[in-house]
Design a protein around this ligand. Structure first.
Ligand code: GLV
Ligand code: MG
Length: 347
């Protein structure tokens, strides 16, 4: 076991000091772009202005014969784009793939100083994080980087779910996790053919009535357990949790419902794979105006966060004060980025 005294030490001579707390940033949507496509690269500056985080995707959905073009395209486009407050992430190929070594060597070598987070797919256990952690420290030292690159794990194998707490606490470099419902469904042997979202056959049926009439069926959320598990593992370790991809671009209502469940359960954001999903994520992961105004009333009524007060007939105490603080802190972040929302929140 690594001794606690060594946990925050750089893993290579010359590598930057690991962070003790995550940078406070708005990450409502992690917007994926396929960097092997000229058209998508040309749009990057415009997209970067619209989203909280852009993710250059080098892994699944990039054809094997376009892997090198995607890597080179990402380096070229990210190198010449001004990101301002928008986060720059990359999803590298899996650790057992033939591409990952060059992904790391070339991407960190060329644009490591601009890169905030590396998204690591198909993480199975803490050992995957340890490998990447060590290698990033070596690369940071080699390229004289002054800011550590963080790691975001995709939770998309049954073994990864089993080892989730070890993954979350594997390194001070951990930023958070995203649920990868497509790979996880395959890994678990789920009988679905979808990228996230619900399934019409997964639900509960009402008891039979005495008259033998039709019984109501209530569809359930296939991802409820995994999201809750991920949120607990992440929040306990001081990390952020995210819902991943929603593949049916036509079904905006279902995408909104899936994102909202994740938001209410504690997630900070979700992936957006299509421009329509940017708008949905922006709306869903910015807290509701009425809720924020109510939360502010709780904070104002209990300035030191202790005791109990009644507001509109509802009891508030130290615990609702903490909930209100989560909401208002998030609203303040949104307000900093969006003056229109600042007015609506009254911040
Ligand atoms: C994402 O990578 C997924 O597999 O859902
Ligand atoms: Mg996947």
């Amino acid at each position: 076991m690594k001794l606690p005294i060594n946990f925050y030490k750089p893993l290579a001579i010359g590598a930057p000091q690991p962070v003790r707390e995550l940078p406070v940033r708005l990450e409502r949507m992690l917007h994926f772009f396929p960097p092997h496509l000229d058209k998508m690269r040309a749009k990057l500056p415009e997209i970067a202005r619209q989203v909280d985080v852009v993710v250059g995707n080098l892994e699944d959905a990039i054809p094997a014969d376009a892997k090198e073009a995607a890597r080179a395209g990402f380096i070229e486009a990210a190198g010449k784009t001004e990101f301002g407050p928008t986060g720059l992430w990359v999803r590298i190929n899996a650790l057992n793939s033939p591409w990952v070594l060059d992904d790391l060597l070339q991407v960190v070598g060329a644009i490591g100083h601009k890169l905030d987070v590396i998204m690591l797919p198909k993480v199975e256990g803490a050992w995957d994080i340890h490998y990447l952690d060590q290698m990033l420290a070596q690369l940071e030292a080699r390229h004289s980087l002054t800011r550590p690159i963080l790691i975001h794990a995709i939770l998309e194998t049954a073994q990864g779910v089993n080892n989730i707490d070890g993954i979350a606490s594997a390194s001070p470099r951990m930023h958070g996790m995203s649920l990868g419902p497509a790979d996880l469904a395959a890994s678990r042997g789920m009988k679905t053919t979808r990228v996230g979202g619900g399934h019409p056959f997964y639900g509960v049926i009402a008891d039979a009535g005495p008259d033998g009439g039709e019984r109501a069926f209530f569809q359930q959320d296939l991802w409820h357990y995994t999201i809750a598990r991920m949120v607990d593992a992440c929040m306990a370790a001081g990390l952020r949790a995210f819902y991943g991809p929603f593949g049916d671009f036509q079904d905006e209502a279902a995408c909104r419902a899936q994102f909202r469940n994740a938001f209410l359960q504690g997630c900070a954001g979700a992936w957006s794979l299509h421009p329509s999903q940017i708008t949905i994520a922006k709306q869903v992961f910015s807290p509701d105006v009425a809720e924020v105004r109510f939360a502010k009333r709780i904070l104002d009524a209990m300035p030191d966060g202790t005791g109990a007060v009644m507001i509109d007939g509802r009891m508030q105490d130290d615990a609702t004060w903490k909930q209100a603080k989560v909401m208002v802190d998030l609203a303040r972040l949104v307000a900093l980025k969006d003056p229109e929302m600042a007015l609506q929140y009254g911040l």
